[in-house]
Design a protein. Structure first.
Length: 200
């Protein structure tokens, strides 16, 4: 049985969402999220959330976990296969979500939610908000005229990106200047698997 260290509204949602899309039985190890401090202090094997356990395998990194689950249990679903013309773009967006889309928001999240000194960090937060919106502008251009971020079908890249965009609505300045992304977010959150994956 797959076991997922899980806390609501964390990147663990991505993993749970994938497991729900694939209909894979799993156990949630509900973990209370602790406000970040100077260490990685979450109650999981790597000190961060999420972590997946699959027998001897214990791994962190939401994007890597999605790739692992698809390789091991996906049976060709939710990803273009190796050699498919869409494969390169799929990999780009799968990693863009955590590697480029998310990082500009971490400054705002830290100072707004945890350090509580956002009002003294105006200049810094302004710079990172601009960079965050720049990242979302790139995704907005891409989603225009498309239903999903890669190819014709929903893939794990939509799961990775979807979580980043939901955080973007709160911390990244993803507002009504991004109508394509807003409509895309609506398509994502109306998926039954997303709704099952976000039941607290
Ligand atoms: N790149 C990692 C990031 C993991 C991560 O930072 N998770 C957050 C929750 S969404 C966390 O555990 N934060 C606590 C901390 O950094 O101390 C992933 O995609 O899994």
């Amino acid at each position: 049985m797959l076991r997922l260290y899980y806390a609501p509204r964390t990147r663990a949602v991505r993993v749970r969402w994938l497991l729900e899309e694939l209909g894979l039985p799993h156990e949630l190890i509900r973990t209370e999220f602790k406000a970040p401090d100077r260490g990685f202090s979450q109650s999981t094997p790597v000190g961060k959330i999420p972590v997946l356990e699959d027998g001897e395998v214990v791994m962190g990194e939401s994007g890597a976990i999605l790739e692992y689950v698809l390789e091991r249990y996906g049976e060709g679903r939710l990803a273009p296969s190796i050699g498919d013309p869409d494969r390169a773009e799929y990999l780009q967006w799968l990693h863009w979500a955590e590697g480029t889309g998310y990082p500009p928001m971490t400054v705002a999240i830290f100072h707004t939610r945890y350090a509580g000194d956002a009002d003294q960090r105006g200049d810094l937060l302004d710079v990172w908000r601009v960079r965050s919106r720049e990242a979302f502008r790139f995704a907005e251009e891409r989603i225009k005229g498309r239903t999903w971020i890669v190819g014709e079908d929903f893939t794990a890249a939509d799961i990775m990106l979807g979580f980043t965009l939901l955080v973007g609505q709160v911390f990244g300045g993803l507002d009504d200047d991004f109508p394509g992304l807003q409509a895309y977010i609506q398509r994502l959150v109306s998926r039954p698997a997303f709704q099952r994956a976000t039941v607290d």
